[in-house]
Design a protein around this ligand. Structure first.
Ligand SMILES: Nc1nc2c(ncn2[C@@H]2O[C@H](COP(=O)(O)OP(=O)(O)OP(=O)(O)O)[C@@H](O)[C@H]2O)c(=O)[nH]1
Ligand SMILES: Nc1nc2c(ncn2[C@@H]2O[C@H](COP(=O)(O)OP(=O)(O)OP(=O)(O)O)[C@@H](O)[C@H]2O)c(=O)[nH]1
Ligand SMILES: [Mg+2]
Ligand SMILES: [Mg+2]
Lengths: 279, 291
């Protein structure tokens, strides 16, 4: 009997290591392992593979959060998608991929180059827009991003667009003035289109550690966030911080980025994600 | 924070009278949590805790009147030693131009750092030339042009589709125009992309840089050891630059990357402007990691 206990302890340690190394984080991992320990106390004969299945189910239930809201009602209003996140996470490239997908679905999309700060940010989005075959509204480099957003909304409505996707400058969530700027952009969107932005996507680099949690917290406060895009999942990082974010804020992962090409954006699949955590 | 956590532990332990060796494990558990929450790699933490345990028992902290201070000092000193060590100046060639190559994952901050490094070099009376070998990312060449313009530096770019050709041409220009350092910006890439990693090692072999600097994002989590290990095995890095430390990422990736590559962290990026580059001081990042 002692052998069984030692074996289970080893199994729990192994599972804990997998979760921590996947960036799930100490707190969320502890919650999962504690609940697993309770199961073991009730059913002392659980096998190693049964324990693993329980962990997978637990994570799946955490990831189910917010997914009921995923079915959007058809609307005649302009659908405004605001894309936010810290520097270099993959926002601009993700927008190109989304525009490509919308075009494939026969939707009319317009892009807004509201990153007026970073070197060649506007040019980067322009090249993508040209490759996809969608229009882009831009302003002068260094101009007020809120003004560009305003112009883009007016243009999208005038041209009868279905979707307007807004690219914003990368910003660290600790920079109050930059977060205020984002809040202002959100206000303007809401003022010009009722109920907009209908989607605010936080693009998160899959290799992000526990800092992802404070990123989600701050962007939720200033721009609002309706979903997470986990970019660069084609590396070796597991993106486990997204589980901690789901648990802390009830934020669903909506898409995953798996490469630098236009078709490298997939709808998030919780079972596939969980399988990959353990591979 | 580590001090508060340890104070609670030792306060509780005081009730047990004479402490046994295993009582130190309670304190070690707290150190482990602090490091994991700071994104230090799981296996790196394991090795680190073993070292701290050995030192703590050796210094008989369980018999000390101030065990918290003693353990915190052991942890801090051990971290500083792991992160510091050899002097981390840039290496130059005796025969100009010296070539500094910037490599790393997508979006880590290489192109921006190229501008920062160029400005840093010019302040120290060097004559740097920026070069972009990124023929893949949309507007990458344009981005480095703007970076160069905004930091008042010369930049070489040609529409040659080969990173190797661009590099050779830039070295020709440097020799002709008297630039003594060429800062080579490369395209971001995944360490698991064999073709792109091979491209980079061929580039290194051909242009023989005196510096191959791995530009890494300070908010990187557990994956930091994996990417750093592959880049190091493939290129034999000469140094690390940790970016975006102007945020609130604890920066445990610094310890992970240092311990798996054993290469010096030479600079940190602390903002988006071209003055936002600082030399790396272990003490500062240790305070961040320990909360
Ligand atoms: N491998 C891989 N690379 C990606 C993915 N998404 C984006 N990238 C790359 O990551 C780098 C940064 O992407 P950007 O789209 O410029 O990121 P950003 O968030 O707009 O950056 P800033 O505007 O500077 O904050 C580029 O080299 C992209 O090609 C992905 O899913 N996989
Ligand atoms: N806050 C902050 N932002 C930084 C720092 N270094 C770079 N950035 C930002 O990070 C984003 C990505 O920087 P880039 O220089 O384009 O990164 P890169 O490694 O060249 O990207 P790829 O070429 O696509 O691999 C940009 O928004 C930069 O302004 C830093 O130290 N602090
Ligand atoms: Mg961008
Ligand atoms: Mg670049």
């Amino acid at each position: 009997f002692k052998g069984k206990r030692a074996f289970q302890e080893a199994a729990l340690e192994q599972l804990e290591e997998i979760l921590i190394e996947a960036d799930v984080g100490v707190a969320t991992t502890r919650e999962i392992i504690d609940s697993l320990q309770e199961k073991i106390n009730k059913e002392p004969s659980l096998s190693g593979s049964a324990l693993k299945e329980h962990v997978k189910d637990h994570i799946l239930s955490l990831l189910q959060v917010g997914r009921e809201a995923a079915t959007q009602l058809p609307s005649d209003a302009l659908q405004v998608v605001l894309v936010v996140g810290v520097n270099g996470s993959g926002k601009t490239t993700t927008i190109a991929k989304m525009a490509y997908q919308l075009k494939e679905e026969g939707k009319k999309a317009l892009l807004c180059a509201a990153d007026t700060f970073r070197a060649a940010a506007i040019e980067q989005l322009e090249i993508w827009a040209e490759r996809v075959g969608v229009g882009v509204v831009k302003g002068k480099s260094g101009s007020d991003p809120a003004a560009v957003v305003f112009d883009a909304i007016r243009a999208a409505i005038a041209r009868g667009m279905d979707f307007l996707i807004i690219d914003t400058a990368g910003r660290l969530h600790t920079k109050r003035n930059l977060m205020n700027e984002l809040e202002k952009i959100r206000r303007i969107i809401g003022r010009e289109v009722t109920g907009a932005p209908q989607e605010v996507l936080l693009v998160l680099d899959a290799m992000t550690g526990q800092n992802g949690i404070s990123q989600a917290e701050e962007f939720l406060k200033f721009s609002g966030v309706t979903g997470v895009v986990l970019a660069k999942l084609d590396g070796t990082a597991k993106g486990g911080v997204a589980v901690a974010i789901a648990r802390s804020f009830g934020l669903p992962i909506k898409y995953v980025g798996v490469g630098e090409g236009l078709d490298d954006l997939l709808e998030f699949s919780p079972p596939e994600f969980v399988e990959a955590l353990f591979s | 924070r580590l001090t508060e956590r340890l104070e609670q532990v030792f306060k509780r332990l005081r009730g047990y009278g004479k402490l046994k060796e295993h009582h130190i494990d309670e304190a070690l558990r707290q150190i482990r949590v602090v490091l994991l929450e700071a994104d230090v790699n799981f296996k790196v933490v394991k090795e680190f805790i073993a070292k701290v345990k050995e030192k703590s028992l050796g210094e008989r902290v369980l018999e000390s009147f101030t065990p918290t201070q003693q353990v915190v000092k052991i942890v801090r000193d051990e971290l500083i030693e792991l992160l510091g060590g050899e002097k981390s100046d840039l290496i130059f060639s005796s025969k100009a131009p010296s070539i500094l190559m910037l490599v790393g994952l997508q979006g880590s901050g290489k192109t921006t750092t190229a501008g920062k490094l160029g400005k840093w070099l010019r302040k120290r009376n060097h004559s740097p030339l920026l070069v972009s070998t990124d023929v893949h990312r949309p507007a990458a060449q344009e981005q480095l042009k703007v970076v160069a313009e905004e930091s008042g530096l010369p930049v070489f770019s040609d529409n040659s589709s080969s990173p190797l050709k661009v590099c050779f041409n830039s070295v020709k220009i440097a020799k002709r125009e008297g630039y003594d350092v060429v800062v080579v910006d490369t395209a971001g890439r995944m360490h698991v992309n064999k073709e792109l990693m091979d491209e980079l090692s061929i580039l290194k072999k051909e242009i023989q840089p005196t510096e191959v600097l791995f530009v890494a994002d300070a908010m990187t989590g557990q994956d930091a050891v994996r990417s750093a290990k592959v880049f190091n095995e493939s290129l034999d890095l000469t140094g690390i630059i940790l970016t975006k430390l102007d945020g609130d990422a604890r920066g445990g990736a610094a310890l992970s990357i240092k311990s798996v590559t054993e290469k010096p962290i030479k600079f940190i990026g602390v903002g988006e402007r071209y003055d936002d580059l600082e030399p790396f001081y272990p003490e500062r990042i240790v305070s961040r990691i320990l909360g």
